[in-house]
Design a protein around this ligand. Structure first.
Ligand SMILES: [Zn+2]
Length: 292
């Protein structure tokens, strides 16, 4: 029987919310400081004696069941989720099972370790089975479906122009989806949270951050910009943050790379990275093929 995304989110370990919140708290200031320094955009600006300040809040939510609650997955998703949790074991088994069998045989001939060998016939086909299960995981990859439902499904930067004509926005981190995707990717919840936080805050800085002359990117124009430009910018600064802060968050870069491999092409637009490295931060508003 098919299973809906809402049902999958209900099955995510409720402790995930606490873990996501812990990672957000730990990385929040570091991410913001780096983004401010490297984008040279600031959430505050002194305008003829008046200080204009933007507060960008980060709110945790299980996910976006509003418009995606009825999305259905084949009933193999539950087995695939459990399989994903043992991917490392499967990979090691597929690679080194014969070494383990040799050790088992050594136990019979060597009395220095007082342990009886297991009956080899019980697990002689395990190596082949590990390989088959890995192939199942790779060919039925449910991550492709989840990550392509819509862009930025792990978090969101919601923005607009308010009543006073100010550009405003806030960040949402979807802890339920992060829990689901981290299992399927085989990465830690905390590491994936840091990637999502940096990415969404990078959207906030590129949109709301004041330039040295106090200008910002108008919401209307920001909305009309090609997704590959917006995602390229966010990915560029996320990459910059993760490589600069590898000492503080050592495994988050690995989570970024594993996630990127499964995401739409616009999350890996190298042409944009080069444009922004060369200092053209706000220039391109239409790009290269979107891929989103
Ligand atoms: Zn994004």
């Amino acid at each position: 029987m098919p299973i809906t995304l809402s049902e999958l989110l209900r099955r995510v370990d409720p402790k995930t919310e606490e873990r996501v919140e812990g990672a957000r708290r730990r990385a929040n200031t570091t991410v913001r400081n780096l983004l401010r320094d490297r984008t040279r955009l600031s959430f505050s600006f002194e305008d003829e004696g008046q200080r204009r300040v933007r507060q960008v809040s980060v709110t945790l939510d299980p996910g976006r069941p509003h418009n995606l609650q009825d999305i259905e997955f084949d009933d193999d998703i539950l087995v695939l989720l459990e399989l994903s949790k043992v991917r490392t074991l499967l990979e090691a088994g597929a690679l080194r099972w014969s070494n383990y069998q040799s050790v088992n045989q050594m136990l019979a001939a060597n009395e220095s370790i007082q342990m009886q060998p297991l009956d080899g016939a019980l697990f002689e086909h395990h190596q082949e089975r590990f390989k088959e299960l890995l192939q199942v995981l790779d060919t039925r990859d449910p991550l492709q479906k989840i990550l392509h439902l819509e862009h930025d499904i792990l978090g969101e930067y919601s923005y607009g122009t308010n009543f006073y004509g100010e550009e405003v926005g806030e960040v949402f981190i979807y802890w339920g989806i992060i829990g689901l995707v981290s299992d399927l990717l085989g990465v830690n919840v905390e590491d994936l949270t840091i990637v999502v936080l940096a990415h969404e805050l990078a959207h906030a800085y590129t949109h709301q951050g004041f330039e040295i002359d106090g200008t910002q990117w108008e919401s209307k124009r920001f909305k009309s910009v090609d997704k590959s430009v917006k995602e390229g910018l966010a990915q560029y600064f996320t990459h910059l943050f993760l490589t600069s802060k590898q000492d503080s968050f050592p495994d988050a870069f690995d989570a970024f790379e594993k996630l990127r491999e499964k995401q739409a092409a616009c999350y890996s637009t190298p042409a944009l990275f080069i444009q922004f490295i060369s200092g053209r931060l706000r220039a391109p508003e239409s790009a290269v093929e979107s891929g989103c």
